[in-house]
Design a protein around this ligand. Structure first.
Ligand SMILES: Nc1ncnc2c1ncn2[C@@H]1O[C@H](COP(=O)(O)OP(=O)(O)O)[C@@H](O)[C@H]1O
Ligand SMILES: [Mg+2]
Length: 316
């Protein structure tokens, strides 16, 4: 585990209910995100991406595992240390309107983290507001307006400004452009990319859309039913996809299909563990009997520490 950047080990999360059902949303998942890089996490709906985001920020308590953000053991922090740490870890959601208080002005919404964490004097905050709005390309005259008076793109810019107000070193964006029209998506993606380069924060960028992830990520991780099944540097993933599921995703994207990623088999499972198999085996075109009975270990490709795959076909 690295002491800078973001690392998680063995994250396991069951969502329980209704009734006796339980969903294994994170299945012993480990991830390393280098400091100052953009990690693109791609996977179909229901694969556990949002659950991972919440677990990394300790917005939910996983059943098992640990998270380290810039040397801080996130689950070991007491209330006070956690509150301080929260300034440093921010989240931008898919739907800005749902995340905004409709009765608060854009200025109040953007400055709320500074109020909550008691950062700066009123004059400094006013100055900060100007800086933040300029930084995300929002015209100053929008400051006194209310969320419903802004377009979807402007609302998302405001949410990005708010997330960056406390100058976090770690930003998670969870499907930040999925609710926006295509031309606006491109604007917001460009903005996030520029801000990341300018401010140098570590970013986990989550999307079900491979094309979007390809545009923004340094490293890409592919998630399937609560597990990361392959990870590689952006270009390497596209040039040399190893996992059959990754190949499948690339083929679908190459065929010009919009990525809807409907799930082939349900992640819901009432048995205590799925460990004794590859999670993709039931849908995999090249699965063998072994794939149904053995969980694949991590295999590094071409001795690269960045590119690895979990597939029995790559185990030597
Ligand atoms: N609050 C919750 N309660 C119960 N089940 C949940 C909850 N949140 C997510 N799940 C389930 O956990 C799995 C992973 O969901 P999620 O993390 O939202 O995936 P993604 O973000 O990749 O679409 C899904 O099967 C989903 O139905
Ligand atoms: Mg999600």
């Amino acid at each position: 585990m690295s002491i800078t950047g973001v690392s998680a080990r063995g994250l396991t999360k069951y969502w329980r209910g209704p009734g006796p059902t339980q969903t294994l949303a994170l299945d012993d998942l480990s991830i390393d995100i280098s400091k100052g890089s953009t990690y693109g996490l791609v996977g179909e709906s229901g694969s556990g991406k949002s659950t991972l985001a919440l677990a990394l920020l300790r917005l939910i308590q996983p059943d098992k595992g640990e998270v380290i953000v810039d040397g801080h053991q996130i689950y070991a922090l007491d209330e006070r240390a956690l509150r301080a740490q929260r300034r440093d870890m921010q989240l931008v959601f898919q739907n800005p309107q749902a995340a905004m208080n409709p009765r608060h002005s854009i200025a109040e919404i953007i400055l709320e983290p500074l109020h909550v964490h008691n950062i700066g004097t009123p004059i400094q905050r006013h100055q900060q507001l100007q800086n933040l709005m300029e930084m995300v390309g929002l015209s100053k005259n929008l400051a006194p307006r209310f969320p419903h008076q802004l377009s979807g793109g402007q609302q998302q810019r405001a949410m990005i400004a708010r997330a960056l107000a406390s100058r976090p070193s770690f930003l998670i964006t969870d499907e930040p452009v999925s609710a926006l029209d295509a031309p606006i998506q491109a604007q917001i993606l460009n903005l996030l990319r520029e801000l990341q380069r300018e401010l140098g924060f570590t970013m986990l960028f989550i999307s079900h859309d491979l094309a979007v992830v390809q545009f923004i990520a340094d490293t890409i991780g592919v998630m399937y039913q609560g597990r990361l099944i392959e990870q590689a540097e952006n270009k390497v993933l596209f040039n040399n996809p190893c996992h059959p599921y990754t190949e499948n995703l690339l083929a679908a994207a190459g065929a010009g299909q919009r990525q809807t990623f409907t799930r082939k088999s349900p992640a819901t499972d009432s048995s205590p563990t799925l460990k004794a198999a590859c999670v993709y085996a039931p849908a995999c075109p090249v699965a063998t009997r072994d794939c149904q009975q053995k969980a694949p270990a991590t295999t590094y490709i071409n001795k690269s520490p960045e590119h690895w795959v979990k597939c029995l076909h790559y185990e030597k």
